[in-house]
Design a protein around this ligand. Structure first.
Ligand code: SF4
Length: 292
């Protein structure tokens, strides 16, 4: 309910008073990770972990600017530690500060016990495909999901050339796991060049059309409006109301250099959801209310 009021106020300020209050802040708690996935070079960025003090300072600054949603990412955020402090200390701190939504993005290899409002676990295909892309972890992740009592647990699935043909089977698999509330689909973004994971725009469209159809039968979290915007490739970018904090640096939209060709091929579909929510598309608004 609190988020609903916040959302209405935000939209009024955004549209009528043209205020560009930051909406979502990402804290990169660490660039360290316990996996070496094919698509990811975050661990090579060099900037390692935030201190607890750096996190609280960033959170206070973001809160003062009006932001009320924060997500924690890595690397793998659950590996972060400072003395006896763990990720949970910063989650609890954020909630006490007054953030309305706290979100964790994890690879799911570490047991999922947290007070964060929402948890997104990355699974990029069924067993063999996921293991090919992310290392032999599928069984462990599914076990951690099944044993977690978290009430708002979702899957992030990034579509690429290796897993594009098993989307429907994956959706079937997810439908049978009660603990998972839904799956959110992204596309591989060619951050490091147009590699073997990249899907050409025409094929991406064909996959998006399938996802729109699959929504009827499966727990797909992307809204119809978000998927249609992705189909038209017309969501606003870079999205300057989204900030990402990484040690000593604040980025808008994401942690990559502003390259128009990269942004044109962006697969970060949660931003198409935000864009469509701000454009007051009902299906996007309803979806946002589900996980915020
Ligand atoms: S690639 Fe561009 S549009 Fe996509 S998240 Fe990064 S800055 Fe935003």
């Amino acid at each position: 309910m609190k988020f609903l009021f916040f959302g209405i106020k935000y939209i009024v300020n955004y549209h009528i008073f043209k205020k560009k209050t930051p909406l979502i802040c990402g804290l990169t708690v660490t660039n360290e990770c316990n996996l070496h996935c094919r698509h990811c070079r975050v661990a090579e960025r060099g900037k390692k972990s935030l201190t607890f003090e750096e996190m609280t300072t960033a959170l206070q600054s973001f809160y003062q600017q009006g932001g009320r949603t924060v997500y924690f990412q890595g690397g793998e955020p659950f590996v972060w530690q400072e003395g006896k402090k763990t990720l949970e200390d910063i989650v609890v701190y954020s909630r006490k500060m007054g953030f309305l939504t706290t979100i964790i993005y994890t690879n799911g290899t570490i047991p999922i016990n947290t007070a964060a409002d929402t948890v997104f676990v990355s699974l990029d295909g069924l067993g063999d495909t996921h293991d090919y892309l992310r290392g032999k972890t599928f069984d462990r992740i599914v076990k951690n999901i099944s044993e977690s009592k978290h009430p708002a647990l979702y899957i992030n699935f990034t579509i690429n050339n290796y897993n594009k043909n098993e989307i429907q089977n994956f959706c079937e698999f997810i439908n049978n796991i009660d603990q998972i509330r839904g799956v959110f689909f992204y596309f591989h973004t060619p951050y490091y060049g147009f590699d073997d994971l990249y899907i050409e725009p025409e094929e991406r469209k064909e996959i998006l059309q399938r996802l729109i159809k699959y929504k009827k039968n499966y727990k797909i979290l992307n809204s119809k409006a978000g998927l249609k915007s992705a189909l038209r490739n017309d969501w606003k970018r870079p999205l300057d109301i989204c900030q990402v904090y990484e040690k000593g640096e604040i980025y808008t939209c994401c942690r990559t250099p502003r390259d128009p060709n990269l942004c044109k091929n962006c697969g970060y579909l949660s931003y198409s959801e935000i864009d469509q929510t701000l454009k007051l598309k009902p299906s996007a608004i309803l979806n946002a209310l589900k996980y915020f």
